[in-house]
Ligand binder design. Structure first.
Ligand SMILES: Cc1cc2nc3c(=O)[nH]c(=O)nc-3n(C[C@H](O)[C@H](O)[C@H](O)COP(=O)(O)O)c2cc1C
Length: 356
């Protein structure tokens, strides 16, 4: 990559580039984050960790808090509705290796203590600010910066991202990410970037643009349109983590990288699968790997038929063998991944509520 790459800093952490992987519960676990970082992402945030202490010892939360071997900085996202609990969650995650704490006000999270967490907090600015202040104070004691992920607002008539992000900056937040949709929109419609641009124009801290960025060209356009310091890519990285290298190359040179070779993609995916099984174990690993395999083959010729067959396999060894054989057959006809033009449904599905 050329020297054109902008340098971005969150607190004391210098990032290698301004291309971020979005936190996605059930997707951006440690193996997937590591894969994205290897494929050119400059920064990745963990799946959200609940502020409910009674769930911290659960297998799910302990897997989410596992950062073994992950390239730094380690950023952990927390979700909750109570300032004291969020401060405690901050300390807990810092003790377990978090170097940056991200507050989730951007995604429809489950209820915590009978209140909706995540983007619902944007409706109650006083509570949102109370939480931000408590988390910043708890993190500052350890020299750890805090970032905030939000939507443009609660609904079309209540777009308060600008007010809330200014208050967050005033409270000591080090970076803000804005997904260009309101909470009410879910994932419907298209992301708008005017609100992101307004937030960027008003803040001194780094601002990250997020929503519907699915190609290097779109990343360039969103950066230009918003003036944002970085872009965050979520769904488009599913099954296509090399989008980060493709985007970095395009931003640096204006040229489009050719798709990876079939052999490269096969080897990266197999390596990802082994890493995935080692985190989740055989049974859970084999089941949860299916979605990653499905995404990886989704817009390749014959991918849908393979996905259906592969879903019937019941062991990790059989999955790896089938994947290798499928890519080897593809490789007999094509040197590079022959993407079909249309993006598959699988890539655009967005659940309205994610489990904590
Ligand atoms: C499956 C899935 C899980 C998600 N989980 C989270 C999450 O845990 N925390 C969060 O802040 N956002 C979450 N999001 C929202 C993404 O971080 C991102 O803001 C959104 O997908 C828009 O970006 P995109 O168009 O590039 O996908 C999730 C999105 C998806 C599709």
């Amino acid at each position: 990559m050329s020297a054109k790459q902008p340098v971005l800093q969150i607190g004391p952490h210098l990032l290698p580039n301004n291309l971020f992987v979005a936190p996605m519960a059930g997707v951006t676990d440690r193996p997937f984050r590591q894969l994205c970082k290897r494929m050119g992402a400059g920064y990745a945030v963990s799946e959200m960790v609940t502020s409910r202490k009674d769930l911290w010892s659960s297998l799910k939360t302990s897997r989410r808090a596992n950062h073994e071997g992950e390239a730094g900085p380690i950023a952990v996202q927390i979700a909750g509705t109570d300032a004291a609990m969020m401060a405690e969650a901050t300390r807990y995650n810092i003790e377990r290796g978090a170097q940056i704490i991200d507050i989730n006000m951007g995604c429809p999270a489950k209820k915590v203590c009978n209140k909706w967490a995540g983007s619902a907090l944007m409706q109650d600015e006083a509570l949102a600010l109370e939480i931000i202040e408590a988390v910043v104070e708890a993190a500052a004691a350890h020299g750890v910066p805090v970032s905030l992920k939000m939507r443009t607002g609660w609904c079309a008539s209540e777009k308060n991202a600008l007010r809330l992000s200014l208050a967050a900056e005033g409270a000591g937040v080090a970076m803000v990410t804005v997904h260009g949709r309101t909470r009410e929109q879910g994932y419907k419609g298209e992301a708008e970037y005017a609100t992101v641009a307004a937030v960027k124009a008003a803040l001194r801290i780094p601002v990250v643009a997020n929503g519907d960025i699915d190609s290097p060209q779109k990343a360039r356009d969103v950066l230009a349109l918003t003036g944002a310091d970085a872009v965050m890519i979520g769904r488009a990285a599913q099954g296509r983590p090399w989008i980060f290298a493709e985007t970095a190359h395009f931003l640096a040179t204006g040229e489009q990288l050719p798709a990876p070779t079939v052999t490269q993609a096969r080897d990266w995916l197999v390596e990802h699968l082994h890493d995935h099984y080692s985190l989740y174990g055989e049974l859970t690993g084999m089941r949860t790997a299916r979605k990653h395999i499905g995404w990886a083959v989704a817009d390749l010729p014959g991918g849908e038929a393979f996905r259906q067959e592969m879903n019937l396999l019941e062991s990790s060894a059989a999955q790896v063998k089938a994947l290798q054989a499928w890519f080897d057959t593809l490789g007999a006809s094509y040197q590079r991944l022959p993407y079909l033009a249309k993006l598959p449904e699988a890539r655009t599905i967005a659940p309205h509520e994610y489990k904590q």
